[in-house]
Design a protein. Structure first.
Ligand code: NDP
Ligand code: ZN
Length: 350
């Protein structure tokens, strides 16, 4: 066992605070990673505050991890000490169901093991995430970070990146498609970059007038202020796809109205319960599709990282110290992030 330093939520109502715990000894197929950077995802906040039902405390959040390999198990073949690697939202899955066999570990029939707040398949211990100084992860769930990616900005690709890349790939977004991205936060701003890279005409839907100029800078062709009824009306029946990253309850009906016949609304923002209700006529009368998507498999995550390296795609980030995490959560709640907080893990050692 090795002692780990971290920041944890001990309950839904207490701020994150310093927390020590033990990481397991390396198994033969494990990699030990010294964490350099960890992105701050809205899911960290949802989990810390039990937005999706009671979480398994203590919660050490963090599933956008980049670090350096410091030790490998006897059967590890893909990584060696000194390699720069990443870990995303999953650290294991059953490996024998049809979805694991199809590189869709996120849809594992037996449930993927989350990087934090889940239970290890072998010893049943609680998993602790990346707001910590090191992590021990099964080799199969470790990604290789391409050398040309700027390390300090690569971490958010492990969740915000793959969660937007995967559905856009799955639905075959291509040149000429009209794609709307709802919410310009961590996921949303990556969604714009990928949809543009795939050749689509991209519109950002934001509540914030102040984000118009930035959305254009990031490559969006158009911006719609979603609180402006005139602009929403003018957008009726014009989109092939909408990628919805909004992290709170919101009325889907006005957005569905923006889709063409056969248009597809893809939920990645995760809110329970979904209210207000979707009007069936908004789907039935135009044969529209309402669907969702969960992160991406390990092979596709590696593909996404390599794609980012090849196309110079990176996250827009604001670096913080771990001591500022509670303040960062408050800003995230207000939509005041440009566009991902990344924790410099050096600060944990101070
Ligand atoms: P962020 O907080 O970074 O961004 C969300 C954006 O949504 C905000 O910047 C804001 O954009 C918009 N928004 C916020 N509040 C409201 C509101 N009240 N009404 C309308 N729009 C709002 O979150 P993330 O990008 O990190 O995560 C987004 C969601 O995706 C979360 O629910 C998260 O849990 C989920 N998620 C899902 C995954 C999956 O696999 N499906 C994986 C990772 C995350 P603007 O100011 O432009 O309106
Ligand atoms: Zn995430």
């Amino acid at each position: 066992m090795s002692q780990a330093k971290s920041y944890a939520a001990l309950s839904a109502t207490t701020p994150l605070a310093p927390f020590s715990f033990e990481r397991r000894d390396l198994r033969e197929d494990d990699v030990n990673i010294d964490i350099l950077y960890c992105g701050v995802c809205h899911s960290d906040l949802h989990t810390a505050e039990s937005d999706w039902g009671p979480s398994n405390y203590p919660i050490v959040p963090g599933h956008e991890i980049v670090g350096k390999v410091t030790e490998v198990g006897s059967k590890v073949s893909r990584y060696k000490v000194g390699d720069i690697v990443g870990v995303g939202c999953m650290v294991d899955s059953c490996q024998h169901c049809s979805h694991c066999a199809a590189d869709l570990e996120q849809y594992c029939d037996n449930g993927p093991v989350g990087t934090y707040g889940a239970y290890d398949l072998i010893d049943g211990t609680l998993t602790y995430g990346g707001y910590s100084d090191h992590i021990v992860v099964r080799e199969k769930f470790v990604l290789s970070i391409p050398e040309t990616l700027e390390l300090s900005k690569a971490a958010p690709l492990l969740c915000a990146g793959i969660t937007t890349y995967s559905p856009l790939r799955h639905h075959g977004i291509k040149a000429g498609d009209k794609v709307g991205v709802l919410g310009m936060g961590g996921l949303g701003h990556m969604g714009v970059k990928f949809a543009k890279a795939f050749g689509a005409e991209v519109t950002i839907f934001t509540r914030s007038e102040s984000k118009i100029a930035e959305a254009k800078k990031q490559g969006a062709d158009h911006v719609i202020v979603s609180t402006n009824e005139e602009q929403m009306k003018a957008a009726a029946m014009t989109f092939d796809y909408l990628l919805d990253t909004i992290p709170v309850q919101h009325d889907l009906n006005p957005y569905l109205g923006c889709l063409k016949v056969d248009g597809t609304h893809i939920l990645v923002g995760l809110i329970e319960p979904m209210e207000p209700a979707v009007h069936a006529a908004n789907l039935v009368m135009k044969r529209r599709v309402l669907t969702g998507s969960l992160i991406g498999g390990i092979a596709e995550t590696q593909e996404m990282l390599d794609f980012c390296a090849e196309h110079n795609i990176e996250c827009d980030a604001e670096m913080i110290n771990i001591q500022d995490i509670n303040q960062a959560y408050q800003r995230m709640k207000k939509g005041d992030v440009k566009y991902r907080f990344i924790i410099d893990m050096k600060s944990l050692k101070e």
